[in-house]
Write a protein that binds this ligand. Sequence first.
Ligand code: NAD
Length: 260
Amino acid sequence: MDNRLATAREWVAQSRRVVALTGAGISTESGIPDFRGPQGVWTKNPKAEKLSDIRYYMVDPEVRRLAWQQRVAHPAWQAKPNAGHLALVSLEQSGQLHALVTQNIDGLHQLAGNSPDRVVEVHGTMHEVVCMHCEWRGPMQATLDRVRAGEEDPACKSCGGILKSATISFGQSLVPEVIDRALRAAEEADLLLAIGTSLSVYPVANAVPLAKSAGARVIIVNAQPTPMDGTADAVLRGNIGEILPRLVEGSGGARGISSA
Ligand code: NAD
């Protein structure tokens, strides 16, 4: 592992256009469970998958009631960025981070200090709420206050439509400009870092083969195997909070590399 890490660190240090693709695994050390890891929400309770599926959400008031309870109690509201998030901030500060494509909805990359315009949230954000009918958007906390005050399934105040967090649920279409931007960035990368993602959610998982076929190196950081380990130039197995700071150590700024 130490040799592999040293080689991968050298690749990071040499790169000018790093694209990080992050998944739920980067936030588990901040207390937010992933879906498919050993302690994942779906691993422990397969029925929880329904709450993230638009087809159940739109037709079943009980699913919406449970989803709102889960949003009120979500650990993300108290979560703080961890060493993994901070490592990606240093990579941006060193001028090497071309884009940070995240499947996460928790906003921890921005809270850690990555610039919002560099973060591409392909699955939306839990910090906003959207009306499924008139597309009104507003801050999540104001709607959570209505739930705390006793509304089990708060409706849109403008049109009475169904409200949902501004995230992309399973069965829902991605925002074309956002996923296009993410995949374009992957094709422009000289190094793609896939961090804490099971690489099983498409189309964003295509970022890995796209980057690879455009000539980028690929490094996967994950505690468990992924279906794309065979494509990667290096697979670093272990905890993100330990590996990522070591991987970016000595990169960019510290070596006097300026932004490309
Ligand atoms: P996933 O749950 O499918 O996979 C997470 C991966 O990270 C697993 O392979 C797991 O082994 C690994 N992992 C977990 N903790 C780790 C750690 N500390 N160190 C190293 N590896 C670790 O997640 P995904 O691929 O992102 O897909 C799930 C979908 O669910 C995404 O669309 C995402 O938006 C959403 N989601 C987001 C959050 C969040 O915003 N924090 C949380 C749960 C789910």
